[in-house]
Design a protein around this ligand. Structure first.
Ligand code: HEM
Length: 220
């Protein structure tokens, strides 16, 4: 039995991971309860008002997400928003490699920083849709009786389309997480140095030595 060492790089701290998984849980609760509320053939499941109550309760942790991130990790939260809306020449080049990247090929990819150009699109669109979902949701919740039928129908359309957009983004996000085996960063907080070199070489170059750990890997 020989033992080999691998170097791991710290990617997310515990609070960042907890906020992310709380986000996933609340998003899925809102999505499933929302589908039951708007899809007519499922109307019987919404009878009695429990689904509407669950939907409204899930709004609370959903709205708390940015506050929690900003409170626990203010520096990382501000960097995340700034990086997500900052596109460079290397990002434009990266998009030209997108079809190959989609198929799991990374040869010739322009070096990327902490988040790659595809993740920037995902995160930026997520933040925008978070705002449209929240605003339209509050109008639907509190605006009944004050707004006309057309205004309410338009608000419902914005709310539903934003949720559809976030669901499509989540499918892409999940696809790339598993194609590139990125899940360990969001579960254990560490990724292999090899993965970071392939996906985020510019970020890796700038990391201080205390962000690395060495782990023994047993080999038979
Ligand atoms: C089961 C579903 C999900 C899985 C498996 C998953 C997995 C991941 C992983 C592995 C990362 C880290 C990627 C990296 O190292 O760069 C990540 C980051 C992220 N995910 Fe998810 N995710 C899921 C659902 C969602 C949903 C529903 C949203 C938003 C609606 C979301 C928003 C984000 C954001 C904004 C980040 C960046 C976090 C940061 O840099 O602080 N994720 N996700």
């Amino acid at each position: 039995m020989a033992s080999e060492s691998i170097r791991l790089v710290r990617r997310y701290c515990l609070t960042q991971r907890l906020v992310h998984w709380l986000g996933v849980l609340t998003f899925l609760t809102l999505l499933l309860s929302g589908i039951i509320l708007v899809v007519s053939p499922l109307a019987s499941l919404a009878a009695g008002g429990t689904t509407r109550l669950i939907h409204r309760i899930a709004v609370v942790p959903f709205m708390l997400l940015p506050i929690l991130y900003l409170t626990c990790n203010p520096k990382q939260a501000k960097e995340l928003v700034k990086e997500s809306f900052t596109f460079t020449r290397a990002d434009i080049e990266w998009f030209k490699h997108m079809p190959a990247y989609f198929l799991g090929r990374t040869k010739g990819l322009p070096p990327q920083g902490r988040i790659n150009a595809g993740q920037k699109i995902h995160h930026a669109a997520t933040f925008i849709m978070f705002i449209t979902i929240a605003l339209s949701g509050f109008v639907l919740w509190f605006g009944k009786g004050q707004l006309g039928t057309n205004a309410l129908a338009l608000t419902a359309m914005v709310h539903d389309l934003s949720m559809l957009g976030l669901s499509v983004l989540m499918i892409g996000h999940l696809y790339f997480t598993f194609v590139y085996d990125a899940i360990s960063g969001m579960v254990r907080g560490y990724v292999t140095e090899e993965y970071a070199k392939m996906e985020h070489p510019k970020w890796l170059e700038e990391l201080p030595e205390n962000q690395f750990i060495v782990k023994k890997k047993n080999q038979s």
